[in-house]
Design a protein around this ligand. Structure first.
Ligand SMILES: *Cc1c(COP(=O)(O)O)cnc(C)c1O
Length: 405
């Protein structure tokens, strides 16, 4: 009876705390999406693992290589975008852009990109890719002729953000698609600002569509995620391999959170967009506001193209310029009630950004002026709050700025 002795060296009768316990059976099914945080997956035997690696059987092996929460999220975004080939979820929007470059380009290739890009996207093209022998030419994407003039025999990819940040200019997407098709280059559309509600890149000839899921799609500023999808199935695996090798793949938790956020995406988008229209009109009527930029306004410089490309979905972003300099800008920010001064967009709550001191601080004053950005320039990402509350806060902010001598 040695084994029954409390000091026995054999612990077989102790409860097993290390081995995993399956969930208890339930005839009723959970309504929420399950979260699978496991990094590793056990296969029945070596031949079963062969089948998985060779693509003869579906299954996961290691979370950096793929996991169910990423696939569930990707499928939802695929449906929004009408993606012809299953999309790929990455750890951030920049991860999505990077995975495309790493998977599809090589030293000696050339990129043409719009000149008003998201700051890090611009940095990647100006500082990082050149170290790997990939050059980029920047052009005003408002005119397809500029893209045509910048194309070289080695141009492999053209990057366009359809609605520019922060001046909300509209790219000549259809013209650019015709140019890239004629040159056998890939057209990549960063659809973060527009979202698939306003524009589906594949309907306009895009070869690659990427999103920062961090923004409107997830919508709650509590995850960073990205998404990339391609039209040609042959381009998918190189991007997946780059993401897996360079470690750009996402965490299950973030995917789960984003998928949860997507449940309300349509409602959030509609509400925020409707409020953005009201705010654009309201700001336009305030003394002290010099200009309002919103794609649905008749005075928008690309109003016709905005109507053609975005239809009834001008989006939730409103930019505007108030009179004065830094002192007035500071008073505006401090006077804007509880609207956070934060350099992001697409949150459920409205956020205010000041490009001169954040996204565009790297430019010279002249460089900013050429884009129409000065100290009085603000960009508002409209959220889903009560519109009247926002209008009151903005009215107070404009008054606070005007009170500065
Ligand atoms: C935020 C953003 C990105 C980068 O996305 P992250 O998720 O922050 O990495 C890329 N493009 C645009 C237009 C963005 O707004």
């Amino acid at each position: 009876m040695a084994n029954d002795h409390p000091t026995s060296k054999s612990n077989h009768n102790r409860p097993n705390l290390v081995r995993r316990t399956p969930f208890p059976a339930s005839v009723s099914q959970a309504v929420g999406t399950p979260l699978q945080p496991a990094v590793v997956y056990a296969s029945p035997d070596a031949s079963a693992l062969d089948d998985q690696y060779e693509g003869r059987a579906a299954g996961y092996t290691y979370a950096r290589e793929g996991h169910p929460n990423a696939d569930v999220l990707a499928a939802k975004i695929d449906a929004l975008d009408s993606a012809p080939v299953p999309g790929i979820v990455l750890g951030s929007g920049m991860g999505a852009i990077s995975a495309v470059y790493l998977g599809l380009l090589r030293a000696g290739d050339h990129i043409v990109a719009g000149d008003q890009l998201y700051g890090r996207s611009l940095r990647l093209l100006t500082q990082d890719l050149p170290r790997f022998g990939i050059e980029c030419t920047f052009v005003d994407a408002g005119h397809a002729e500029n893209v045509a003039a910048a194309m070289r025999p080695e141009t492999k990819l053209v990057l366009v953000e359809v609605v520019s940040n922060p001046t909300l200019r509209i790219a000549d997407l259809d013209g650019i698609a015709a140019v890239t098709a004629g040159h056998d280059a890939l057209l990549m559309v960063d659809n973060t600002f527009t979202t698939p509600r306003a524009l589906r890149g594949f309907d306009h000839g895009a070869d690659i569509v990427i999103h920062s899921v961090t923004k409107l799609l997830a919508g709650h500023s509590d995850v960073t995620l990205g998404y990339a999808a391609v039209a040609d199935p042959a381009l998918r695996q190189p991007i997946v391999d780059a993401a897996v090798t360079w470690g750009l793949t996402p965490s299950p938790w973030d995917c789960w959170m984003a998928e949860r956020g997507l449940h309300s995406f349509d409602l959030r988008f509609e509400r925020a967009q409707r409020t953005a229209g009201l705010i654009a009109e309201h700001l336009g009527g305030l003394a002290g506001v010099e200009a309002v930029i919103y794609p649905a306004r008749p005075d928008h410089p690309d109003a016709d193209r905005a109507a053609a490309l975005l239809g009834a979905n001008p989006g939730n972003m409103v930019s505007f310029r108030i009179s004065g300099g830094r002192a007035q800008a500071n008073a505006f920010i401090r006077g804007a009630g509880e609207i956070p001064f934060a350099p992001t967009l697409g949150d459920v709550g409205t956020t205010l950004s000041h490009p001169a001191s954040s996204s565009h601080r790297g430019l010279t004053e002249q460089g900013r002026a050429a884009l129409g950005i000065n100290e009085g320039f603000f960009r508002l990402s409209v959220g889903i709050e009560e519109p009247n509350l926002l209008m009151d806060e903005l009215t107070a902010a404009v008054a606070a700025a005007r009170a500065v001598p």
